[in-house]
Design a binder for this molecule. Structure first.
Ligand code: AMP
Length: 178
């Protein structure tokens, strides 16, 4: 491996496309090769938090489950707390829940009612923006507990699915766009 700090091109090369997972016609973006490489993983966290001053946000919020990996590492770098948005029925304390539509059926995500103080400045992080339903539901939960969402960040954006439209009022960052 070279000593140069890797950038978006190297991260992009490491993302593995797995056709037909978990079902036919889905092109699954497998980030495990990125995570397994120390320099690439660190570069992801640096790029996801570029221009954010340590101490300037109260929490980094991660979306269940791959979002946790990036959000937790970003939280440590930014000297912020970590907050999980989880799938329904996983969090132990009193929660707010938000449902959103899938192609078939609905999904529900949840957050502890006291996850952050009202007015807290937070960044929301997930691995991938597809249709935007998951991230928009997480934003709705954060707004319900009074958080101030300063940015929504993704490693990967599938831009042909127009997920940004569901995050129209948000400051959205993505590193790798397909
Ligand atoms: P969406 O709500 O449609 O934006 O979907 C985003 C969530 O689904 C993220 O938490 C992703 O981890 C996951 N996801 C959706 N599509 C893919 C894909 N093609 N490859 C990997 N993960 C995906």
């Amino acid at each position: 491996m070279s000593n140069a700090t890797p950038g978006i091109a190297e991260i992009t090369r490491a993302i593995r496309n797995v056709p037909d997972f978990p079902k036919p016609d889905i092109q699954f973006k497998d980030i495990t090769p990125v995570l397994a490489d120390a320099a690439l993983f660190a570069a992801c966290i640096d790029l996801l938090t570029a221009d954010v001053k340590p101490g300037s946000v109260d929490a980094v919020v991660g979306i269940d489950a791959r979002g946790f990996i990036f959000a937790a590492a970003a939280a440590i770098k930014l000297k912020a707390g970590f907050v999980p948005v989880r799938k329904k029925s996983k969090l132990p304390y009193t929660c707010y829940e938000q449902s959103y539509d899938l192609e078939y059926g609905t999904n529900t995500v949840a957050i502890h009612i006291d996850a952050v103080k009202p007015g807290a400045r937070v960044i929301l992080v997930d691995d991938l923006l597809a249709t935007g339903g998951t991230a928009a539901a997480a934003v709705a939960l954060l707004e319900r507990i009074g958080a101030n969402v300063v940015e929504v960040s993704f490693l990967i954006e599938l831009s042909f699915l127009d997920g940004r439209k569901k995050l129209a009022n948000q400051n959205v960052r993505s590193l790798v766009t397909y």
